[in-house]
Design a protein around this ligand. Structure first.
Ligand code: AMP
Length: 119
């Protein structure tokens, strides 16, 4: 992808980010507008638009994103009280940045899964 993808530019070091963990294939950095005491984004370095594209295109890499998220949750002390891992996907999912990212949220009770019941 490259120059017009925000998160590819973070991977390339062209845009600064507060990186908390890096592996050969993944990167974890703090969300610029945190919604919880801990709010970290976990991404594959390789560009995939969303979690469905990633999981269907490279399930092994999807697993590495999950493993990095678990390691970051451990580093941040979230394993005891729990956390939320969330992939906003597409228009209905509210996705704004089209480079797949897991939101790792924790550090306080996070409330209901959705702001309101849509069922
Ligand atoms: P989403 O709506 O799931 O696509 O989430 C995109 C997330 O990226 C939001 O939570 C933003 O706050 C976050 N974000 C946008 N720009 C940056 C940036 N430069 N560094 C870190 N997080 C960012």
């Amino acid at each position: 992808m490259g120059s017009d993808c925000l998160f590819c530019r973070i991977v390339a070091g062209e845009i600064p980010a507060t990186v908390v963990r890096e592996t050969a294939t993944t990167l974890a950095f703090r969300d610029i507008t945190p919604k919880a005491p801990v709010h970290i984004l976990v991404i594959p370095k390789e560009h995939y638009a969303d979690v469905a594209t990633l999981a269907q295109g490279d399930p092994g890499l999807a697993a590495e994103v999950l493993a990095t998220a678990a390691d970051v949750a451990d580093d941040e002390g979230l394993l005891g009280d729990g956390f939320r891992l969330m992939f906003n996907t597409g228009t209905y999912g509210g996705q704004e940045v089209f480079h797949v990212h897991a939101h790792l949220l924790g550090g306080a009770p996070l409330g209901p899964m959705l702001a309101r019941d849509l069922a």
